[in-house]
Design a protein. Sequence first.
Length: 190
Amino acid sequence: MQRMAEGAFYRTDELEAVVARMARDAHRLVEDPAGLVVVGILRRGAPLADRLCAHLRALWRVDRIARLDLDIKRYADDLTLLFPETRLRERESGEQSDVVGRTVLLVDDVLYEGHSMLRAVEWLATRRPAAIRTAVLVDRACARLPIRADVVGITLEVAPLQIVDAHVPPYEPEFELHILRREAGDVQGS
């Protein structure tokens, strides 16, 4: 696949400010940190969830917020279809992962069509949480499924052939957002 970078839209300092604002927005949605579980969608949603947790711990002045990660696969980073159905696997982060009666804050990097987020919400709903809230660093404002983000860092409306590429440590060295362009012949059904 030929991909051409169209530049870094946001750099580390700008994105850190975005994540801090997202944490303030999430803080207003959740009353009790003891009743909160922050769930990251792997890959890049997990380190974003860690960043949000750090800000939330500071806002609430608490030492701990429960964390859980979910491994969800449908598309590769370049948006080529990997699996016809969205696959999900729970990955505990060593902390309490029981969500029964608790508020879940589900975190991902980019909300595109909504497949990953919807699959995660469906799975979490079977575990009887008190509420499920969603947070994304970037909302492309083109979800095809009945899903939306409660907390949005940035809304970017880009052309269908463009990819919003979130660079999130530890997967990339710098915390940045890039816009990449796919070639028309590379587009697969999504």
